[in-house]
Design a protein around this ligand. Structure first.
Ligand code: FES
Length: 74
């Protein structure tokens, strides 16, 4: 929920990606086609989805999935 505020040390989402960085931010350019971005923070090809969310969901009952971005054709 929007009013959720974790306490110090609680609610950590990223357990794998660039842990030494103060913030993980990525930029991807695309002028055509489709890209599938990871939102579970478990992908071996982060920031792109590698399907690991399927195993995660099956193991713990979560329902996370990727963000799929397409370029609108004119
Ligand atoms: Fe993270 Fe697919 S691997 S959303």
């Amino acid at each position: 929920a929007a009013d959720y505020v974790p306490k110090e040390g609680e609610g950590k989402i990223n357990l794998l990606i660039d842990l030494e960085s103060p913030k993980v931010a990525n930029m991807e350019e695309m002028s055509s086609g489709k890209k599938v971005f990871c939102r579970c923070w478990l992908s071996g090809t982060f920031p792109l989805c590698d399907g690991t969310h399927v195993k995660h969901n099956a193991a713990c009952g979560d329902n996370v999935g990727p963000l799929i971005v397409t370029v609108k054709s004119e």
